[in-house]
Ligand binder design. Structure first.
Ligand code: GLY
Length: 343
């Protein structure tokens, strides 16, 4: 097949790479490859840390994709930080949330270990005043920018489409889908801060996900580098995604309560991008419900907080679908139309 992929973020590139590997002819079009949500992403592969009530399908896909990641990263030549994730609670209310998360994880059959204050300090010595938490041994991370670079080395990208006819078009343009599908995703702004460690003890040993008086924050040390990523705000909006004083202040304030040694790290970059949120927080992977063109049009979009985690499984599902496999109903873009028809 000749397939045109619109969008060279991590999802579009992963789909294109998979299609190329399967012997298809692929053209990727993006005037600014890798500059959307993939550019801001911290790269947590966190099916456990990002598990919420009522999201069993998202957890199923996230767990399956997390299991693909070690081989995926190895094939791309990108390091995967496999030291797990520490959950930390700053006060008793935050600890209740951690306990709820542990209950959810137990029900899902995911490994997680509750930790008291002392056990937490032994595992992550840089933690400040926290009352307790947990360890998630299977929530890891990668550097999304390295992944995008590795994919761009395999997948040629053009700034504008060639005009040659394609058997199928895959729309992977993140938070901003073209008409008539624009309403299937909504932008959810995330602000992210990149720091540089300037000395020993500033970077945590694990990814640290904290709740600090109700404010969620994560701190991701980059394997093999001095980068530390602090994220992320989450705000629904319809203005351009720019970092705000409030967002940056709240993130840094929470991060330095969790990890006081971050005070000595250098601030390198502050980024804001739109996450592509859907109505049910599940991505849209499959043939579109209807297309105004004669093209066979597909979506690989709407990955909300999970684009990096879900990239390998999205690429497989999309390529399987193009090759004739039945859609996974959980991510089928037609699911909303079906739900409305049966309501
Ligand atoms: N996956 C983390 C975030 O979207 O902030």
């Amino acid at each position: 097949m000749r397939v045109r992929v619109l969008g060279a973020g991590i999802i579009g590139l992963a789909c294109a790479d998979e299609l190329l590997r399967r012997g298809h002819d692929v053209e990727v079009v993006d005037p600014a490859p890798g500059s959307g949500a993939s550019y801001a992403a911290a790269g947590m592969l966190a099916p456990a840390g990002e598990l919420w009530h009522g999201e069993a399908d998202l957890f199923r896909l996230g767990r399956a994709s997390a299991d693909l990641w070690p081989a995926y990263a190895a094939r791309l030549g990108v390091p995967l930080a496999a030291s797990g994730t520490v959950l930390a609670a700053a006060d008793a209310g935050d600890l209740q949330e951690v306990d709820r998360q542990l209950e959810l994880l137990a029900a899902a059959g995911e490994r997680a270990q509750a930790l008291g204050r002392r056990e937490l300090a032994a595992r992550e010595p840089g933690l400040g005043r926290v009352v307790g938490g947990a360890f998630l041994p299977e929530d890891h991370s990668v550097d999304p920018r390295s992944v995008v670079r590795a994919l761009l080395a395999r997948v040629p990208v053009m700034a504008v489409a060639s005009g040659a006819p394609a058997d199928a078009t895959v729309i992977a343009t993140g938070a901003h889908l073209p008409s008539p599908w624009a309403d299937l995703v909504r932008p959810v702004r995330g602000e992210v801060i990149r720091l540089r460690s300037t000395g020993a003890g500033q970077a945590p040993l694990h990814t640290v996900r904290g709740l600090v008086h109700g404010m969620p924050v994560y701190v991701v040390p980059r394997a093999g580098s001095d980068e530390i990523v602090v994220g992320a705000t989450s705000e629904e909006h319809d203005t351009p995604p720019v970092p705000t004083v409030e967002g940056v202040f709240r993130l840094l304030e929470s991060a330095r309560i969790l990890l006081p040694a971050l005070d000595r790290a250098e601030v390198v970059e502050v980024t804001a991008r739109d996450r592509p949120g859907t109505r049910d927080n599940l991505p849209l992977v499959g043939r579109v419900p209807s297309s105004p063109t004669s093209d066979d049009t597909w979506l690989a979009a709407g990955h909300f907080r999970h684009g990096v985690l879900l990239a390998p499984i999205t690429a497989q599902l999309l390529a399987d679908g193009l090759e004739g496999a039945a859609p996974d109903p959980a991510v089928d873009p037609s699911r909303f139309a079906r739900q409305e028809a049966s309501a």
